[in-house]
Design a protein around this ligand. Structure first.
Ligand code: BTN
Length: 257
């Protein structure tokens, strides 16, 4: 398992602010009046997910936090779009390290254990004082024993999938160390090469039949052919046309998950 630093590095990179309750740690980080920080919340009242969805978690069950990307870890502008893929990779690796597991990633950054979602990543940005601030929000199901029926059996937790009770503080420190590691690599090497290979090795949909839910509500059925050099997901439809998917969501056709 990869190890990139430890709790000391977390403290060096990001001071941690713990909130008992807030609307959304991403919102707090976007509005944060200071330097790079990790904001953790025991409870979010308006946690948000990708594509305008909500992110729920009962206190004590999950880990919800957001970090402001420091300047020296910001990727060059052309690589900014790949940041959310790299964040998913870092979270998957951290869960593996702490939980002794092997996570997959469903494009763009849903982290899966045994085919079910164990963590999600939401990257948001804002321009403040003429500078771009990028925030990486991470929600990890740590100790949940059940999930709302509305999730249709598509979610799991580290506890459910592995039987292990992991220490949330250790998990947070490990995610931070992995994030620092992969963001440094993205900045210096770019997405192609080692990072894309590491992402591909975890690709949950490669070669599988899936449905691409486009942002306009229409759908495309096809077979996943992996990610392109620019991070887009390649999907070949039934007529042989290749689509490079930049936005929207994908679901496995068989499991609709
Ligand atoms: C997704 O899978 O749709 C992304 C979920 C991201 C949830 C996290 S929880 C911490 C941070 N604050 C938020 O409001 N959202 C992210």
């Amino acid at each position: 398992m990869a190890r990139h630093g430890g709790t000391g590095r977390l403290a060096a990179r990001w001071p941690v602010v713990l909130l008992r309750e807030t609307d959304s740690t991403n919102q707090r980080a976007l509005e944060w009046d200071g330097g790079p920080v990790i904001i953790v919340a025991e409870r979010q009242t308006a946690g948000r997910g990708r594509l305008g969805r909500s992110w729920h978690g009962r206190p004590g069950e999950g880990l919800a936090f957001s970090c402001i990307v420091p300047h020296d870890l910001m990727p060059p502008l052309p690589e900014l779009g790949r940041l959310s893929l790299v964040a998913g990779l870092a979270v998957a690796e951290a869960i593996d390290t702490v939980g002794g597991t092997r996570c997959a990633i469903k494009w763009p950054n849903d982290v899966l254990l045994h085919g079910r979602k164990v963590a999600g990543v939401l990257v948001e940005s804002v321009v403040r004082g003429g500078e771009v601030r990028v925030v990486i929000g991470v929600g990890i199901n740590v100790a949940n024993r059940d999930f709302p029926p509305a999730l249709g059996g598509r979610a799991t937790s580290i506890l459910l999938a592995t039987g292990k009770e992991v220490d949330p503080a250790l998990l947070l420190a490990t995610v931070a160390a992995c994030l620092a590691h992969w963001l440094e690599r993205l900045r210096h090497e770019g997405f192609l090469g080692g990072i894309r290979d590491a992402w591909r090795a975890r690709d949950a949909v490669l070669g599988k039949e899936l449905v691409w839910l486009r942002p306009d509500g229409s759908t495309v059925k096809g077979r996943a052919e992996g990610i392109a050099g620019d991070g887009r997901l390649l999907v070949r439809d039934g007529r042989g046309r290749l689509h490079a998917v930049l936005s929207g969501d994908v679901r496995l056709a068989a499991a609709s998950g």
